[in-house]
Design a protein around this ligand. Structure first.
Ligand code: GLV
Ligand code: GLV
Length: 329
């Protein structure tokens, strides 16, 4: 019998067709998350799950999947998946690195520039008739060119952001668990302690994955260490920031502005305190959302599933032991 694949949200037909070559395919045909009971029911039948960042793939889902071979997440991050349980059960997990790196770095820079130069706030002023005249300090913001960029989490996306920053003649600082000497040479980036980075950078960009170690990495103390003119950019995951502390820092002008592509709760409620501040640029988790990047991510997730279902090693498992511990190998 053909294996069965369940896709948790609507994806383009041509990607579904790749899967249909090797499997029967079921799909939650909507642009809103697959309901929990449906997900549980499908997991029980599926040989493979094609998942999104909004799906919580926890122990309950994984345990239902008696035939489950792979969970292919259409994202580089996989904090939505209980990886420990997957490993323990011998279920493979894959993500979609590399294909979204440049698109996400582009969006990071868009958010950085929009926040520094008050692009959204200024545009709103035009719509709302608050553009009364050119005037010397109207909508004056911060420079980007020649400033200091601090990257927290120098992975592939961090490196791509650093390459863009060089064109703006920025000084580049970064902090990681361990220094990346190749990156330093290639990018002219300087390793520094987390505290040093917070104190010296004009732009602090969070690009670290969400883990137990990075949850609320940015809290009251961290914002207090930043410059009054600092701009904080988050394109990783909402929970790396204590949102109450961020609100307080922005409200009290401890820092100058924030650009946020991610939130604790997504969609962020429209009455969220952060959305009441003019010095916040919020975006709806669109870091990788260029048409070509999203198509490449979907294709890569599908390819990983096809490989798994034909007994081959998927291209982008989140770690090698996913293959060595795979239960149906
Ligand atoms: C999106 O947030 C991703 O991790 O790809
Ligand atoms: C993280 O995985 C990154 O690509 O920066």
């Amino acid at each position: 019998a053909k294996p069965y694949v369940f896709i948790t949200m609507q994806i383009p037909k041509e990607i579904v067709a790749l899967l249909e070559d090797v499997a029967h395919v079921g799909m939650w045909e909507a642009d809103t998350p697959c309901p929990r009971d449906k997900l549980l029911e499908e997991a029980a039948k599926a040989d493979a799950l094609f998942t999104m960042v909004v799906d919580r793939i926890d122990q309950e889902v994984l345990k239902r999947g008696q035939n489950l071979k792979i969970v292919a997440n259409m994202a580089v991050g996989y904090d939505n998946i209980d990886v420990e349980t997957a490993k323990h059960l011998g279920i493979m997990v894959s993500n979609t690195p590399d294909v979204l790196t440049e698109a996400t770095a582009d969006l990071t820079f868009a958010l950085l520039m929009a926040t520094a130069r008050r692009v959204v706030e200024a545009s709103q002023a035009v719509y709302e008739g608050r553009w009364q005249s050119w005037s010397p300090m109207f909508m004056a913001g911060q420079d980007v060119y020649g400033k200091t960029l601090g990257i927290v989490g120098m992975g592939r996306i961090g490196e791509a952001v650093a390459r863009r920053a060089r064109g703006f003649d920025m000084d580049i600082l970064y902090h990681n668990r361990k220094p990346k000497t190749e990156a330093e040479e290639k990018l002219g980036a300087t390793y520094c302690s987390f505290e040093d980075l917070l104190q010296k950078a004009d732009f602090i960009v969070a690009l670290t994955p969400l883990t137990d170690q990075t949850r609320h990495l940015f809290g009251r103390r961290e914002f207090e260490l930043m410059k009054k003119t600092a701009i904080f950019i988050n394109v990783s995951r909402g929970p790396v920031v204590d949102e109450e502390a961020l609100y307080h820092a922005l409200k009290e002008k401890q820092i100058w502005a924030a650009g946020l592509d991610v939130f604790h709760q997504e969609p962020v409620p429209t009455d969220h305190p952060l959305l009441t501040l003019p010095n916040v640029v919020p975006l709806p988790h669109i870091g990788s959302a260029s048409i070509s990047a999203r198509m490449a991510m979907a294709r890569l997730a599908a390819e990983n599933i096809v490989l798994a279902l034909t007994g081959k090693k998927p291209k982008t498992l989140i770690s090698e032991d996913m293959w060595t511990q795979y239960r149906f190998k």
